[in-house]
Write a protein that binds this ligand. Structure first.
Ligand code: NAD
Length: 281
């Protein structure tokens, strides 16, 4: 690998979309358009931005997104009715629920309700159990899968490598740790109670930052030869930045994903991939 190398997400996303074209054309011949329902409660800016990105990605690749926007004040019953309808509608192949939900709504009930076959972001209990068991048929969470797609695309072999994951959330850190173990990495998971985070990071071959803390990984966390994957998306003074201080870290390490233009650029193409697979099934 080059001495300093940006792991660009756009290249990975393009390769994923290209690999889906034959399957999408075959489905089209049988009258099937891969369709994802995005369910949003309220009008959070970042949810809407993500939704717009997904719509563009799907439309440009012969698939479609069905937007379901509910009022911030909607009831549990209204939300559940939407999910039941999605379960029943055979023209819809996947559902993405924008989270977190407003506090008055019970996300756990939805986790037990969505049809596993349409769980393209691994939010259900069954999906997560399947992931934990290494069951190949379940869809992995899109963001964690985007990290794996980047690793695979750039030919990074994690077998036997020490990988430090910062963050243990249900959506990113935990599933990613399991997925990396399944790829034969030696994984250390760090969190807010980790005693010496910089040391845990310096000990690694690969650092994956998913803490949601702007630029917390600086030059004291890294050493030459490492690969850095930055999942963080933070806004500082109106500018997007990751959990890694790119300017301080990039001159030291072998490879790094930029923010923006890294992991975030890949997630919607993973969502498309999962929806296409679901439609084909
Ligand atoms: P979260 O807040 O649910 O979890 C953050 C995790 O990081 C927690 O487990 C916490 O223990 C750990 N953490 C927080 N501060 C820490 C610190 N100072 N030291 C050590 N550990 C710390 O967040 P999340 O949903 O897992 O998302 C993480 C980041 O990834 C956020 O910036 C989010 O915006 C971003 N994200 C990106 C994408 C994408 O497509 N790139 C998708 C989802 C989330």
């Amino acid at each position: 690998m080059d001495l300093l190398h940006d792991l660009k997400g756009a290249e990975v996303a393009k390769a994923i979309c290209a690999s889906l074209q034959d399957k999408i054309s075959q489905l089209k011949e049988t009258g099937i358009v891969p369709t994802l329902a995005i369910v949003r409660v309220g009008n959070r800016e970042d949810d809407i931005a993500y939704e717009q990105g997904a719509i563009k990605r799907f439309n440009n690749n012969g698939a479609r997104v069905l937007q379901v926007a509910l009022q911030e004040s909607c009831t549990q019953e209204e939300l559940e009715k939407v999910v039941m309808n999605i379960n029943k509608t055979k023209e819809i192949h996947g559902m993405l629920l924008m989270r977190p939900l407003p506090k008055h709504l019970n996300e756990n009930r939805i986790k037990g309700m969505l049809d596993l076959r349409k769980d393209v972001d691994c939010m259900t209990y069954l999906g997560q159990a399947g992931l934990f068991m290494g069951e190949k048929a379940v869809f992995t969470p899109c963001t964690a899968q985007a990290v794996i797609e980047i690793i695979d695309h750039y030919g990074i072999d994690v077998t036997g490598k020490k990988v430090t994951v910062i963050g243990r959330s249900q959506v990113v850190g935990k599933p990613l740790a399991v997925m990396l173990i399944n790829k034969n990495a030696t994984v250390t998971v760090c969190h807010t109670k980790t005693v010496n985070l910089p040391e845990e990071c310096r000990n690694a071959d690969i650092i994956i930052a998913a803490a949601g803390r702007a630029k917390m990984v600086d030059d004291t966390f890294v050493k030459p030869g490492q690969i850095i994957i930055d999942v963080g998306i933070n806004m500082v003074d109106g500018k997007l930045c990751g959990d890694v201080d790119y300017d301080k870290v990039s001159p030291i390490v072998t490879a790094i994903t930029p923010v923006p233009g890294g992991v975030g650029a890949v997630t919607t193409s993973v969502l498309l991939k999962h929806t296409v697979i679901s439609a084909a099934r």
